[in-house]
Write a protein that binds this ligand. Structure first.
Ligand SMILES: Nc1ncnc2c1ncn2[C@@H]1O[C@H](COP(=O)(O)OP(=O)(O)OP(=O)(O)O)[C@@H](O)[C@H]1O
Ligand SMILES: O=C(O)C1=C[C@@H](O)[C@@H](O)[C@H](O)C1
Length: 297
Protein backbone atom coordinates (compact mmCIF):
# COMPACT_ATOMS: atom_id res chain seq x y z
CA UNK A 1 0.00 0.00 0.00
CA UNK A 2 1.99 2.94 -1.32
CA UNK A 3 0.71 6.44 -2.04
CA UNK A 4 2.21 9.66 -3.34
CA UNK A 5 1.08 13.28 -3.44
CA UNK A 6 2.45 16.79 -3.86
CA UNK A 7 1.34 20.07 -2.26
CA UNK A 8 2.31 23.73 -2.80
CA UNK A 9 4.34 26.20 -0.83
CA UNK A 10 2.67 29.58 -0.37
CA UNK A 11 3.25 33.27 0.25
CA UNK A 12 1.46 35.55 2.70
CA UNK A 13 -1.16 38.24 2.08
CA UNK A 14 -2.18 38.53 5.75
CA UNK A 15 -0.41 36.98 8.73
CA UNK A 16 -3.06 35.53 11.08
CA UNK A 17 -1.01 35.89 14.27
CA UNK A 18 -2.63 39.25 15.08
CA UNK A 19 -6.33 38.45 14.80
CA UNK A 20 -6.85 34.83 13.63
CA UNK A 21 -7.85 36.00 10.14
CA UNK A 22 -5.23 35.16 7.54
CA UNK A 23 -4.68 35.07 3.79
CA UNK A 24 -2.13 33.31 1.59
CA UNK A 25 -1.54 32.29 -2.04
CA UNK A 26 -0.18 29.08 -3.56
CA UNK A 27 3.13 29.26 -5.46
CA UNK A 28 4.85 26.87 -7.83
CA UNK A 29 7.18 25.22 -5.33
CA UNK A 30 6.24 21.74 -4.17
CA UNK A 31 6.67 19.30 -1.33
CA UNK A 32 6.17 15.66 -2.28
CA UNK A 33 5.29 12.85 0.13
CA UNK A 34 5.57 9.09 -0.29
CA UNK A 35 3.66 6.93 2.20
CA UNK A 36 3.99 3.16 2.60
CA UNK A 37 1.35 1.67 4.86
CA UNK A 38 1.88 -1.58 6.74
CA UNK A 39 -1.01 -2.97 8.82
CA UNK A 40 1.54 -4.88 10.94
CA UNK A 41 3.72 -1.82 11.69
CA UNK A 42 3.79 -0.39 15.15
CA UNK A 43 3.56 3.38 14.57
CA UNK A 44 4.83 5.62 11.76
CA UNK A 45 8.45 6.35 10.84
CA UNK A 46 9.16 9.66 9.10
CA UNK A 47 12.08 10.93 7.05
CA UNK A 48 12.75 14.39 5.57
CA UNK A 49 15.05 14.07 2.54
CA UNK A 50 16.67 17.52 2.80
CA UNK A 51 17.29 17.51 6.54
CA UNK A 52 17.94 14.25 8.40
CA UNK A 53 17.87 16.07 11.73
CA UNK A 54 14.54 17.89 11.24
CA UNK A 55 11.49 17.09 13.33
CA UNK A 56 9.35 14.38 11.66
CA UNK A 57 6.55 14.50 14.25
CA UNK A 58 4.21 16.51 11.96
CA UNK A 59 4.28 14.09 9.03
CA UNK A 60 4.12 11.02 11.31
CA UNK A 61 0.99 12.47 12.98
CA UNK A 62 -0.54 13.20 9.56
CA UNK A 63 -0.26 9.53 8.56
CA UNK A 64 -1.52 8.31 11.95
CA UNK A 65 -4.52 10.69 12.00
CA UNK A 66 -5.42 9.86 8.39
CA UNK A 67 -5.32 6.08 8.86
CA UNK A 68 -7.25 6.44 12.12
CA UNK A 69 -9.96 8.47 10.32
CA UNK A 70 -10.15 6.81 6.90
CA UNK A 71 -8.34 3.47 7.31
CA UNK A 72 -7.82 0.88 10.03
CA UNK A 73 -5.12 2.67 12.01
CA UNK A 74 -2.29 1.32 9.84
CA UNK A 75 1.29 2.38 10.60
CA UNK A 76 4.18 2.53 8.16
CA UNK A 77 6.68 4.97 6.67
CA UNK A 78 6.51 8.48 5.26
CA UNK A 79 9.21 10.37 3.38
CA UNK A 80 9.05 13.96 2.13
CA UNK A 81 11.26 15.68 -0.38
CA UNK A 82 10.78 19.36 -0.92
CA UNK A 83 11.58 22.49 -2.91
CA UNK A 84 10.06 24.54 -0.06
CA UNK A 85 12.80 25.55 2.39
CA UNK A 86 11.98 24.53 5.94
CA UNK A 87 10.89 27.25 8.38
CA UNK A 88 11.59 30.08 5.92
CA UNK A 89 8.08 31.61 5.78
CA UNK A 90 7.01 29.72 2.66
CA UNK A 91 4.60 27.34 4.42
CA UNK A 92 6.81 24.26 4.46
CA UNK A 93 4.77 22.75 7.31
CA UNK A 94 1.45 23.18 5.49
CA UNK A 95 2.87 21.73 2.27
CA UNK A 96 4.37 18.74 4.11
CA UNK A 97 1.14 18.07 6.03
CA UNK A 98 -1.10 18.37 2.96
CA UNK A 99 1.13 16.17 0.80
CA UNK A 100 1.34 13.56 3.55
CA UNK A 101 -2.41 13.40 4.24
CA UNK A 102 -3.19 13.10 0.52
CA UNK A 103 -0.46 10.46 0.02
CA UNK A 104 -1.94 8.46 2.89
CA UNK A 105 -5.41 8.65 1.31
CA UNK A 106 -3.83 7.56 -1.98
CA UNK A 107 -2.18 4.59 -0.24
CA UNK A 108 -5.59 3.66 1.23
CA UNK A 109 -7.06 3.67 -2.30
CA UNK A 110 -9.41 6.59 -1.56
CA UNK A 111 -10.63 8.99 -4.24
CA UNK A 112 -9.84 12.68 -3.60
CA UNK A 113 -12.06 15.49 -4.90
CA UNK A 114 -13.62 18.82 -3.97
CA UNK A 115 -17.36 18.15 -4.11
CA UNK A 116 -18.63 16.64 -0.85
CA UNK A 117 -21.91 15.69 -2.61
CA UNK A 118 -20.13 13.66 -5.32
CA UNK A 119 -20.55 9.94 -4.49
CA UNK A 120 -17.28 9.21 -6.35
CA UNK A 121 -15.35 11.36 -3.84
CA UNK A 122 -14.21 9.58 -0.66
CA UNK A 123 -12.25 12.47 0.89
CA UNK A 124 -12.45 16.16 -0.05
CA UNK A 125 -9.29 18.23 -0.22
CA UNK A 126 -10.75 20.57 2.43
CA UNK A 127 -11.28 17.64 4.83
CA UNK A 128 -7.72 16.45 4.16
CA UNK A 129 -6.49 20.01 4.77
CA UNK A 130 -8.32 20.27 8.11
CA UNK A 131 -6.77 16.98 9.21
CA UNK A 132 -3.29 18.32 8.39
CA UNK A 133 -4.05 21.48 10.41
CA UNK A 134 -5.07 19.30 13.35
CA UNK A 135 -1.77 17.41 13.08
CA UNK A 136 0.13 20.73 12.94
CA UNK A 137 -1.59 21.92 16.11
CA UNK A 138 -0.83 18.61 17.87
CA UNK A 139 2.81 18.74 16.70
CA UNK A 140 3.12 22.32 18.02
CA UNK A 141 4.47 23.76 14.74
CA UNK A 142 1.80 26.48 14.41
CA UNK A 143 0.29 29.32 16.42
CA UNK A 144 -3.23 29.59 14.93
CA UNK A 145 -3.36 26.27 13.06
CA UNK A 146 -2.42 28.17 9.86
CA UNK A 147 -5.58 27.20 7.96
CA UNK A 148 -4.79 30.16 5.64
CA UNK A 149 -1.47 28.63 4.58
CA UNK A 150 -2.95 25.14 4.50
CA UNK A 151 -5.82 26.10 2.16
CA UNK A 152 -3.50 28.06 -0.17
CA UNK A 153 -1.21 25.03 -0.31
CA UNK A 154 -4.07 22.56 -0.82
CA UNK A 155 -6.40 24.51 -3.15
CA UNK A 156 -4.06 27.03 -4.82
CA UNK A 157 -5.10 30.62 -5.56
CA UNK A 158 -5.52 33.24 -2.83
CA UNK A 159 -7.48 32.13 0.21
CA UNK A 160 -8.81 34.23 3.09
CA UNK A 161 -9.61 32.22 6.21
CA UNK A 162 -10.80 32.33 9.79
CA UNK A 163 -8.11 30.28 11.53
CA UNK A 164 -10.00 30.16 14.84
CA UNK A 165 -12.88 28.28 13.15
CA UNK A 166 -10.86 26.64 10.32
CA UNK A 167 -13.31 28.25 7.88
CA UNK A 168 -12.56 29.29 4.31
CA UNK A 169 -14.02 32.79 3.78
CA UNK A 170 -12.99 33.38 0.15
CA UNK A 171 -10.82 31.80 -2.53
CA UNK A 172 -9.89 33.34 -5.86
CA UNK A 173 -7.51 32.45 -8.70
CA UNK A 174 -4.58 34.85 -9.29
CA UNK A 175 -1.95 35.06 -12.02
CA UNK A 176 1.18 36.66 -10.68
CA UNK A 177 4.88 36.34 -11.32
CA UNK A 178 6.65 35.87 -8.03
CA UNK A 179 10.14 36.68 -6.74
CA UNK A 180 11.19 35.15 -3.42
CA UNK A 181 14.19 36.19 -1.38
CA UNK A 182 15.08 33.67 1.33
CA UNK A 183 17.82 34.79 3.75
CA UNK A 184 20.03 32.04 5.21
CA UNK A 185 18.46 32.12 8.68
CA UNK A 186 15.34 30.18 9.70
CA UNK A 187 12.32 31.32 11.78
CA UNK A 188 10.03 28.69 13.30
CA UNK A 189 6.41 29.89 13.48
CA UNK A 190 6.00 28.38 16.95
CA UNK A 191 8.73 30.73 18.24
CA UNK A 192 7.13 33.93 16.87
CA UNK A 193 6.37 36.79 19.28
CA UNK A 194 2.56 36.62 19.24
CA UNK A 195 2.09 39.60 21.61
CA UNK A 196 4.03 41.84 19.17
CA UNK A 197 1.81 40.61 16.34
CA UNK A 198 -1.34 41.26 18.37
CA UNK A 199 -0.13 44.84 18.86
CA UNK A 200 -0.61 45.48 15.12
CA UNK A 201 -4.17 44.05 15.08
CA UNK A 202 -5.73 47.32 13.77
CA UNK A 203 -3.44 47.07 10.73
CA UNK A 204 -4.37 43.39 10.33
CA UNK A 205 -8.07 44.34 10.36
CA UNK A 206 -7.38 46.85 7.59
CA UNK A 207 -5.48 44.21 5.60
CA UNK A 208 -8.37 41.75 6.04
CA UNK A 209 -10.86 44.35 4.71
CA UNK A 210 -8.65 44.96 1.66
CA UNK A 211 -8.21 41.23 1.01
CA UNK A 212 -11.95 40.49 1.38
CA UNK A 213 -12.48 43.31 -1.16
CA UNK A 214 -10.17 41.52 -3.60
CA UNK A 215 -7.46 44.22 -3.20
CA UNK A 216 -4.80 41.56 -2.52
CA UNK A 217 -1.79 43.63 -3.60
CA UNK A 218 -2.45 46.57 -1.29
CA UNK A 219 -3.37 44.13 1.48
CA UNK A 220 -0.11 42.23 1.09
CA UNK A 221 2.12 45.32 1.12
CA UNK A 222 0.46 46.79 4.22
CA UNK A 223 0.76 43.37 5.87
CA UNK A 224 4.48 43.28 5.10
CA UNK A 225 5.19 46.67 6.66
CA UNK A 226 3.15 45.92 9.78
CA UNK A 227 4.53 42.41 10.43
CA UNK A 228 8.15 43.25 9.53
CA UNK A 229 7.95 45.90 12.26
CA UNK A 230 6.18 43.58 14.72
CA UNK A 231 8.54 40.64 14.19
CA UNK A 232 11.74 42.67 13.95
CA UNK A 233 12.56 42.19 10.24
CA UNK A 234 14.15 44.89 8.08
CA UNK A 235 11.57 46.67 5.86
CA UNK A 236 14.26 47.87 3.41
CA UNK A 237 13.76 44.96 0.94
CA UNK A 238 10.05 45.83 0.75
CA UNK A 239 10.73 49.54 0.20
CA UNK A 240 13.26 48.68 -2.54
CA UNK A 241 10.71 46.44 -4.29
CA UNK A 242 7.68 48.74 -4.09
CA UNK A 243 8.40 50.91 -7.18
CA UNK A 244 8.71 47.75 -9.33
CA UNK A 245 6.18 45.29 -7.88
CA UNK A 246 2.41 44.98 -7.56
CA UNK A 247 2.97 43.99 -3.95
CA UNK A 248 5.67 42.84 -1.55
CA UNK A 249 5.58 41.36 1.93
CA UNK A 250 7.44 39.48 4.58
CA UNK A 251 6.03 35.96 4.17
CA UNK A 252 4.63 34.15 7.18
CA UNK A 253 6.79 34.67 10.24
CA UNK A 254 9.77 35.29 7.95
CA UNK A 255 12.50 35.48 7.02
CA UNK A 256 11.54 35.20 3.29
CA UNK A 257 10.28 38.28 1.47
CA UNK A 258 7.98 37.78 -1.53
CA UNK A 259 7.37 40.32 -4.32
CA UNK A 260 4.64 39.76 -6.91
CA UNK A 261 3.88 41.23 -10.33
CA UNK A 262 0.35 41.04 -11.66
CA UNK A 263 0.45 40.18 -15.39
CA UNK A 264 -2.14 42.95 -15.90
CA UNK A 265 0.16 45.55 -14.29
CA UNK A 266 2.56 46.96 -16.98
CA UNK A 267 4.58 49.02 -14.50
CA UNK A 268 6.08 45.98 -12.78
CA UNK A 269 9.61 44.68 -13.23
CA UNK A 270 10.69 41.80 -10.99
CA UNK A 271 14.09 41.86 -12.71
CA UNK A 272 14.65 45.29 -11.16
CA UNK A 273 13.61 43.89 -7.77
CA UNK A 274 16.06 41.00 -8.22
CA UNK A 275 18.81 43.54 -9.01
CA UNK A 276 17.96 45.52 -5.87
CA UNK A 277 17.97 42.38 -3.71
CA UNK A 278 20.91 40.69 -5.49
CA UNK A 279 23.67 41.58 -3.02
CA UNK A 280 21.80 40.27 0.00
CA UNK A 281 22.86 36.90 1.46
CA UNK A 282 20.61 33.91 0.77
CA UNK A 283 18.76 32.78 -2.35
CA UNK A 284 16.55 34.45 -4.96
CA UNK A 285 13.90 32.36 -6.71
CA UNK A 286 11.61 33.32 -9.60
CA UNK A 287 8.31 31.43 -9.75
CA UNK A 288 4.59 31.97 -10.37
CA UNK A 289 1.33 31.56 -8.52
CA UNK A 290 -0.54 28.26 -8.88
CA UNK A 291 -4.32 27.87 -8.89
CA UNK A 292 -4.59 24.06 -8.99
CA UNK A 293 -3.24 23.19 -5.53
CA UNK A 294 -2.28 19.78 -4.17
CA UNK A 295 -2.82 16.44 -5.92
CA UNK A 296 -2.07 12.75 -5.66
CA UNK A 297 0.60 11.55 -8.09
N1 LIG B 1 9.48 18.98 4.10
C1 LIG B 1 9.03 18.73 5.34
N2 LIG B 1 8.81 17.45 5.71
C2 LIG B 1 8.36 17.18 6.95
N3 LIG B 1 8.10 18.10 7.90
C3 LIG B 1 8.30 19.37 7.58
C4 LIG B 1 8.78 19.76 6.28
N4 LIG B 1 8.88 21.08 6.26
C5 LIG B 1 8.49 21.53 7.48
N5 LIG B 1 8.16 20.51 8.28
C6 LIG B 1 7.74 20.59 9.68
O1 LIG B 1 7.31 21.92 9.93
C7 LIG B 1 8.16 22.54 10.91
C8 LIG B 1 8.42 23.98 10.51
O2 LIG B 1 7.21 24.64 10.59
P1 LIG B 1 7.13 26.24 10.51
O3 LIG B 1 5.69 26.62 10.56
O4 LIG B 1 8.05 26.84 11.52
O5 LIG B 1 7.72 26.54 9.08
P2 LIG B 1 6.99 27.15 7.83
O6 LIG B 1 5.67 26.45 7.65
O7 LIG B 1 7.94 27.05 6.69
O8 LIG B 1 6.84 28.65 8.31
P3 LIG B 1 5.73 29.75 7.95
O9 LIG B 1 4.46 29.29 8.58
O10 LIG B 1 6.26 31.04 8.54
O11 LIG B 1 5.65 29.78 6.47
C9 LIG B 1 9.42 21.70 10.94
O12 LIG B 1 10.02 21.74 12.21
C10 LIG B 1 8.91 20.31 10.59
O13 LIG B 1 8.39 19.68 11.74
O1 LIG C 1 1.51 29.36 12.71
C1 LIG C 1 0.59 30.08 12.30
O2 LIG C 1 -0.52 30.07 12.81
C2 LIG C 1 0.83 30.98 11.16
C3 LIG C 1 2.11 31.15 10.69
C4 LIG C 1 2.42 32.04 9.56
O3 LIG C 1 2.67 31.29 8.38
C5 LIG C 1 1.30 33.03 9.27
O4 LIG C 1 1.50 33.66 8.02
C6 LIG C 1 -0.06 32.35 9.27
O5 LIG C 1 -1.05 33.30 8.99
C7 LIG C 1 -0.33 31.71 10.61
Amino acid sequence: MEGRAAALGAGTVLNALATGTGAAFGIDVETRATVELDPAADGVDGEIAEDAGADTDLIERCVALATERWGDGEGGRVRTDSDVPLAAGLKSSSAAANATVLATCNALGLAIGDDPEDPAVDVTRLAACRLGVRAAREAGVTVTGAFDDATASMLGGVTVTDNDADELRTREAVDWDVLVWTPPERAYSADADVARCEAVAPMADLVADLALDGRYGEAMTVNGLAFSAALGFDADPAVEAMPHATAVSLSGTGPSVVAVADSADPETDLGAVADAWGDRPGTLRRTTTRNDGAAVE
